[in-house]
Design a protein around this ligand. Structure first.
Ligand SMILES: NC(=O)CC[C@H](N)C(=O)O
Length: 379
């Protein structure tokens, strides 16, 4: 080996000041960045295959408590800007990349990933073989992991702890709004149940002139009725939908009575409240190019996704719900419609723009459902 190559390897080794330890005993060494004052954090390690959109991933509350790895090898090259945030705070527990770019170049960039993570108290680890990590997750399913800056820590001890730790169950309460707030508009009155909503959903409703009232996940049926909604939107959010069964229960009396739309966690909650079941996927769908077919038109859409759970197909029988959309990669349920014609939901993110804006039409359909329902009421 040439002395230059040797020097390069030496440098690489000396930069390794953090470790990613997985519950199966795998240890990968890398370089800490972002908030490096955290000496250890743990969570479910998931991968996202988007080539861009790391800012949206970092600010999407659905990732609350998870450690996210990006499969695209260079992250941060266009920085972060003031417009593309999905929420004010980053709720990821940790961020794993192959290479972090500290010198972003983009006319909208206001900061780099390192500074962003620092400001949001999130630790990152760079220099990780994210291809190897992703293959492990694909074979095993998502894994619990820890990022630590104590590289001399007792690995066996950490692996034991990871194996004996349960996933948290309280993520929604951490990201849902604490109080009710309203964005007045001239159009339909929509109540947005905030399970950890992305700003994109709010933005799409406002774009359509809706008068939007955002309410916490634990708002009661009576409180929502008092707001006299003409439509209810249930947002995306983190964790297992069965952690928030109270919201599914609360929604029950609204089914078939008032126009409703569910996105991601909202879709899963609608299914649970109609009597269907949900289950965990092996490693989930997280990325910007998931092909979804609308079974009513046979049209295929390229969708943005971020979920680890799915609605169980067999459990839909007798619930009044039928499948409207299907994932072409693994045949899982991607959309539902209710026999009343008032209720629909999708597992993916119609508000997102992973490149194509294909799925925006679903917001128009929700508004059309409200319009038809209102016309029927006035007759
Ligand atoms: N983005 C979401 O709303 C995700 C829903 C749910 N937390 C899941 O992982 O399946």
């Amino acid at each position: 080996m040439s002395s230059r190559a040797q020097q390069y390897l030496e440098n690489l080794k000396s930069e390794k000041n953090a470790a990613l330890i997985l519950e199966d005993g795998t240890v990968l060494y890398g370089t800490a960045f972002g908030d490096t004052t955290k000496d250890k954090i743990s969570g479910e390690v998931v991968f996202n295959t988007s080539m861009t959109g790391y800012q949206e991933v970092l600010t999407d509350p659905s990732y609350c408590g998870q450690i996210v790895t990006m499969t695209y090898p260079l992250i941060g090259n266009y920085g972060l800007n003031a417009e593309d945030i999905e929420s004010m705070f980053s709720k990821v527990n940790g961020f794993i990349v192959k290479e972090n770019c500290n010198h972003p170049s983009n006319w909208r960039a206001v900061e780099d990933v390192n500074d962003f993570l620092k400001a949001h108290n999130v630790i990152g680890i760079a220099g990780i073989d994210t291809r190897l990590l992703t293959r492990k997750i694909r074979v095993h399913g998502t894994l619990k992991g820890m990022i630590t800056t104590n590289i001399d820590a007792d690995i066996n001890n950490i692996v034991d702890t990871l194996n004996n730790t349960e996933y948290p169950t309280d993520q929604v309460s951490k990201v849902s709004t604490k109080s009710i707030f309203r964005s007045p508009g001239q159009g339909y009155r929509v109540v947005l149940i905030d399970m950890g909503t992305k700003q994109g959903i709010h933005r799409e409703l406002i774009k359509r002139n809706c008068d939007v009232t955002v309410v916490p996940y634990d708002t009661t049926y009576e409180q929502i009725t008092r707001l006299q909604p003409e439509g209810i939107m249930i947002s995306n959010g983190p964790g297992d939908p069965k952690n928030v069964l109270q919201t599914a229960e609360m929604l029950k009396p609204f089914i078939g009575k008032i126009p409703m739309y569910g996105i991601c966690l909202g879709h899963q909650l609608i299914a649970l409240s109609a009597g269907a079941d949900t289950e965990k996927l092996k490693f989930g769908h997280r990325g910007g190019n998931n092909p979804v077919k609308d079974l009513r038109t046979n049209r295929v859409y390229i969708t943005s996704q971020n979920h680890g759970y799915t609605v169980n197909k067999e459990s839909l029988e007798g619930t009044g719900l039928t499948i409207s959309h299907i994932n072409l990669n693994d045949d899982t349920v991607e959309g539902l419609v209710h026999e009343s014609g008032l209720l629909a939901s999708v597992q993916y993110h119609p508000e997102a723009a992973p490149g194509p804006l294909d799925s925006n039409y679903l917001f128009d359909q929700f508004i059309d459902t409200i319009k038809t329902w209102k016309t029927g009421q006035e007759r």
